[in-house]
Design a protein around this ligand. Structure first.
Ligand SMILES: *Cc1c(COP(=O)(O)O)cnc(C)c1O
Length: 368
């Protein structure tokens, strides 16, 4: 249906942080399928786990127990520090699940979201997604616009009403331009939510699984949400989503479901991916390579170059003008890049990226 604005290349294979097109050209991948391929392309552990599971059992539904699902639930509770999980199939579905859980738990209806937020494209998540271009054709949505300025805790306090079920924030905004809040912001938001008996949802769909140099971005700010969403990197590239909630926040039997949610194949992929992140120390690596990448980028002096920001390997390069041309230049010179919010280059490579590959990317950007 021609809904995607695509780059004019056909990708065929990938290994680690490199991908190859059908003409054999090599690219350093600084997009990683939009912060998805955290463990790199076609990691042998992931490929083997999928092959093995595909020979055993691919789908049975949630009318039954399966071992991969139980094991993954335990792993997710470990890595998130939360108590309960629900499995679904994408980021937007995780946000829908969080919204339903917040409504069911609080018996209240409204949500407060933040300007420049991105939470997904289905009707509920879309209601909380800032960009008018995404929302306008689909109104009426689940609720009227209720967006407050980014990084302004007082604005959230002022927006809360007796109908507010939850506040939803990305700990670092992704699609909105890699916006990092001040260190106290989320702590203040947590306090305001507690004082008003409003739930706090962290959308960690993009920031999760080592992307920011922590397992989850919330760790950088020392704040625990009531509910958190995950997707993107969870399955190492295999589609999956999940929410985690603290004890006391849970659906009642039958209140929510997903036919494919937590299927054996997706769970096997996620288990392999979590193993790789642990065994290859990718969280620490993301932190170190991110620091190196940002410091190298900061050395570039060029017209229109404003700042480099982010945490770990979730990096934004702010320009004072549109940066789509840089994406084209990068592609023609062997680097895949993404431009978000028109003026921000979003750099989110696999966490296995090497220093040499980072140098290649910085070299191409310097030339550009
Ligand atoms: C990508 C993204 C989503 C939506 O995920 P999909 O899998 O595309 O539905 C939701 N929230 C955030 C923060 C995202 O980055």
């Amino acid at each position: 249906m021609q809904t995607y604005g695509r780059q004019p290349i056909v990708l065929e294979s990938g290994k680690g942080s490199l991908v190859y097109d059908i003409e054999g050209r090599e690219y350093v991948d600084c997009v990683a399928g939009i912060a998805v391929n955290n463990i790199g392309h076609c990691h042998p552990r992931l490929t083997e786990a999928l092959q093995e599971q595909a020979e055993k059992l691919i789908h049975v539904s949630n009318l039954y127990y399966t071992q991969p699902q139980a094991e993954l639930a335990e792993q997710l509770v470990n890595v998130t520090g939360m108590d309960r999980v629900f499995f679904c199939n994408s980021g937007t579905e995780a946000v829908e699940s969080a919204m339903k859980l917040a409504r069911a738990t609080t018996k209240k209806t409204d949500f407060i979201a933040v300007e420049h937020s991105f939470h997904g494209r289905t009707m509920g998540a879309l209601s909380l997604t800032y960009k008018d271009m995404y929302r306008a054709p689909f109104k009426p949505l689940v609720q009227e616009e209720k967006f407050v300025s980014f990084n302004d805790a007082q604005a959230i306090a002022d927006a809360i009403t007796p109908n507010t079920a939850a506040v939803i924030v990305e700990p670092i905004q992704g699609e909105g331009g890699i916006n990092v809040p001040s260190q106290d912001y989320l702590k203040e938001v947590r306090k305001i939510c507690d004082e008003n008996e409003v739930l706090l949802i962290f959308d960690e769909v993009q920031t999760g699984f080592g992307r920011t140099g922590a397992w989850f971005c919330k760790e950088h700010f020392g704040v625990e949400p009531d509910i958190m969403t995950m997707a993107k990197a969870i399955g190492g590239g295999f589609p999956m989503g999940a929410i985690a909630a603290r004890e006391g926040i849970s659906f009642n039997r039958g209140e929510h479901a997903a036919t494919f949610g937590g299927g054996p194949l997706a769970c096997a992929a996620a288990l392999a991916s979590i193993d790789v992140i642990r065994e290859e120390n990718l969280v620490q690596r993301s932190k170190e390579m991110g620091e190196y990448f940002r410091s190298e980028l900061s050395k570039i002096s060029a017209d229109g170059f404003v700042e480099v920001r982010g945490k770990g390997l979730m990096i934004g390069v702010q320009f004072d003008r549109k940066c789509a041309d840089l994406v084209d230049y990068g592609r023609k010179n062997g680097v895949l890049l993404n431009c978000t919010s028109e003026t921000v280059l979003r750099i989110a490579p696999p966490l296995v990226i090497t220093k040499e590959q980072i140098d290649r990317v910085v070299g191409v950007l310097e030339q550009a």
